[in-house]
Each structure stands twice: as C-alpha cells, then as structure tokens.
Design a protein around this ligand. Structure first.
Ligand SMILES: Nc1ncnc2c1ncn2[C@@H]1O[C@H](COP(=O)(O)OP(=O)(O)O)[C@@H](O)[C@H]1O
Ligand SMILES: [Mg+2]
Length: 240
C-alpha cells in the first residue's frame, strides 16, 4: 500500500531570504500575519516576534503554544487549517486557507443550512479530538472555502484535553458548550428558521452579551485599555 510521505515541518531556515506579503502587521496585542510561498504552497506565518514589551511577548508565547497544541491535535481534519510548523517561540506557520470571511450578510450564506450543519459537524469532530475552540462566535474566525464549506480558524484561545480520560471528556463536554452556543449564534445569523423558540431566545441573549470572555480577548482588552483611550483622545491610531 502506498504510504503518505510525512510533510517536514517548516523552520526559520525555510523562510530566510523569502519576501512575504503582509496580511496584517502592527496591530498592538494581535499577531502579525505574513503570507509566504514556500515549496509551492501558500503559508501564513502568525507571530508576535515584533511586539515590544514583556506582556506582549508573554501573550504571544501563550497564544502560539495554545494554537500549536490545538492544530497538532486536529492534524489531517477537514475544516481547519493544517499546521506547518513552529517557527520560533512566538511564531507558527499554517497552510493558507483560500476563500473569504463568513458574514451574516453574505447572500450565499443566508439561509444556507448545509453551511451551518457542516460547521456543527466540524465542532463535533474537534470536540471528539479533545479540542475546544472557545472563540468561534467571532465572525473573522470562520472562513468560507471556495467550495462554499466553512473553515474554522484561529485556535489561540483553544484548549486541548485528552479524550481518553474521563476528566478530559468531562472538560470537553463542559467547555464545549461555549462552542455549541457559538454555532447557535451562527445559526441565528444565517438560518434563524432552523431554531426552536427556546433556541431563539438563547441566541438573542447571546447576541446581546458579546464581549470579553475568552482569556486572550480579556487580556487584550485590559492591555488595550490605555491604547484605545489614547486613540479616543487624539482621534489617531498610535504610531509604532
Ligand atoms: N491560514 C489562514 N488562511 C487564510 N486567512 C487567514 C489564515 N489565518 C488568518 N487569516 C486571516 O487573518 C485574520 C486574522 O487571523 P486570526 O487567526 O483569526 O487572528 P486573530 O487571533 O488576530 O483573530 C482571519 O480572520 C483571516 O482573515
Ligand atoms: Mg481571529
């Protein structure tokens, strides 16, 4: 039987001398995103290496480690980007996912029950592997692939448990509710007709309660406080 050749993980040596395309850079408390073409594949490097200050570096280390653990646990699964390597302590590489951001106003997604069911299925598969995402409600973390299927991104808040152990399964069952509520919110945005009355009430409540509740969002919110106040006062983004 032909064996699949294992893909060698990328290291810093693989990107030396290459010229990336910036996808997003310079936002405080958020990773910088650079798009590389490496060995014929488009790869996104997500890193905090250029951030200043111990707090930001620490945040980068935690977020990168959480994301690496989750992506490794989900390796080979459809509906999530594939891990391509840990470049350094504060930077990792993932395969680029073509497509567009999922938006409630997208005419191809409105009323698209298949999209919502597939999203639900991805979440179930993640949970079966012991991974809870915890930041799925955010629109930017769900992409629409060119074939119209959902792809879940951004595992910086994700936690991993060992589903072989009872404690792990219980943790996933408990924390997994957060992901299930996020799917409910997507259902509410795209296919409200699929919801029962009680689900609709829950979804409306959730819609009002958007805010800071994932660990990294909370920390970013705290760190961002003075910066955003400065922005309010000057009406400008801080220059870095
Ligand atoms: N692997 C990827 N393929 C395509 N786009 C990506 C990929 N990773 C990130 N992006 C784009 O960058 C945005 C921010 O990335 P994300 O991982 O969600 O970072 P953050 O933690 O800052 O939210 C995403 O909404 C998406 O548009
Ligand atoms: Mg995100």
């Amino acid at each position: 039987m032909p064996r699949e050749r294992p893909i060698r993980e990328l290291t810093r040596a693989d990107i030396e001398g290459l010229h990336p395309e910036p996808m997003r850079i310079g936002i405080p408390h958020k990773s910088d995103l650079l798009l590389y073409r490496i060995r014929g594949e488009q790869v996104v490097l997500k890193g905090y290496g250029a951030k200043r200050g111990l707090c930001h570096r620490l945040l980068g280390l935690v977020c990168t480690t959480l994301e690496e653990r989750a992506l490794r646990a989900l390796a080979g699964m459809e509906g999530v980007p594939q891990f391509r390597g840990r470049i350094d302590r504060c930077c990792l590489a993932v395969a680029h996912v073509p497509g567009r951001r999922a938006r409630g106003s997208d005419p191809q997604l409105r009323g698209n029950e298949e999209f919502v069911r597939r999203l639900e299925c991805i979440v179930q598969q993640m949970h079966a592997r012991g991974v809870v995402h915890l930041d799925l409600r955010h629109r930017s973390n769900v992409r629409v692939a060119p074939d119209g299927q959902p792809i879940v991104l951004d595992f910086e808040s994700a936690l991993c448990f060992d589903p072989k152990w009872l404690v792990g399964r219980l943790a996933v069952r408990l924390l997994g509710k957060v992901d299930q509520l996020a799917v409910l919110k997507w259902q509410y945005r795209l296919c409200p007709h699929m919801l029962s009355d009680s689900q609709m009430r829950k979804a409306r409540l959730l819609d009002r309660l958007s805010g800071w509740w994932t660990p990294h969002r909370f920390i970013r919110g705290l760190l961002d406080g003075p910066a955003s106040r400065a922005r309010e006062l000057t009406g400008k983004r801080p220059v870095r």
